[in-house]
Design a binder for this molecule. Sequence first.
Ligand SMILES: Cc1cc2nc3c(=O)[nH]c(=O)nc-3n(C[C@H](O)[C@H](O)[C@H](O)COP(=O)(O)O)c2cc1C
Length: 307
Amino acid sequence: MANLTVNYLGVEFKNPVVTASGTFGFGMEYNELYPIEKLGGITVKGLTLNERQGNPAPRIYETPSGVLNSVGLQNPGVRYFAKNIMPQLKKLDLKIIANVSGSTFSDYVEACKIVDASGADIIELNVSCPNVKQGGAAFGTNPDTVYEITKMVKEAISTPLCIKLSPNVTDISAIGQAAMDAGADGLSLINTVTGMAIDLKNRKPVFHNVVAGLSGPCVKPIAVRMVYQTYGKTKAPIIGMGGIANGNDAVEFMAAGATLVSVGTMNFKDPFTPLKVIDGLNSYLDHAGISDVNEIIGCAHPAGKKI
Ligand SMILES: Cc1cc2nc3c(=O)[nH]c(=O)nc-3n(C[C@H](O)[C@H](O)[C@H](O)COP(=O)(O)O)c2cc1C
């Protein structure tokens, strides 16, 4: 059996498989199905400074090989998380990545300070949220805004910080570079791809917000390409995600440059997917005669290690 231990942002993960924000609740729900301690870690659902009710239904719409979602960041707020959820999660032997969203710069900073004090291992900043003060375009679509928000949050916390990038941009690697220049410790990508669907009964958009976020196996080639390009430009430590369904998918993301791989939408189809990804990754490495998973990180690049 190969060594599966990886170090991401100075945090030791027992294996590189984690879960993606918004697809795994706060972890405890899944702990009733299997011991989630088998995972390297979990990313909790997106937290905001104050509680949010989320968007009206419909929130999820199935597409070929994926889903569109418009959940609208329903969550109990960061204070509730720190007081009631984090103490339970801290009892488990796995790493906790806290995903934080906001609609203003000060919301992000205040929420991150509370998470920072809660004992989360890593803070993942979701910059795909609309910037209320700048007309609603997502924070993550402008390198200057990403630079500014990263710097402000980084200065306010001591927990390692990774910036979760939006794929809805022309050059994701430039946005990743801006985050790293501002002091981010790492990156995670991709968030959902903007999409929409029309209801054939009334010929109107399915979602109240018209557009929604596409995820699942249909986005995987886009995500692998973006991880490859972002790692190629920045050499940043990366959490790769987008449609991961099995061990071979994990190998692709790691070869493109990811250190950790995150399972998202596939949890809805089969909640045991993260365990299957760990097993599949292990078998792949055994069959290929690779004794350490770290060997494959970034190996698809021209300067990557020959293995
Ligand atoms: C229902 C749902 C809710 C999500 N909520 C969040 C969230 O709160 N914060 C965030 O950064 N990403 C969120 N995401 C994006 C996922 O974490 C992930 O980046 C994306 O879905 C791509 O991975 P996947 O194809 O494996 O799902 C959500 C995705 C889905 C499907």
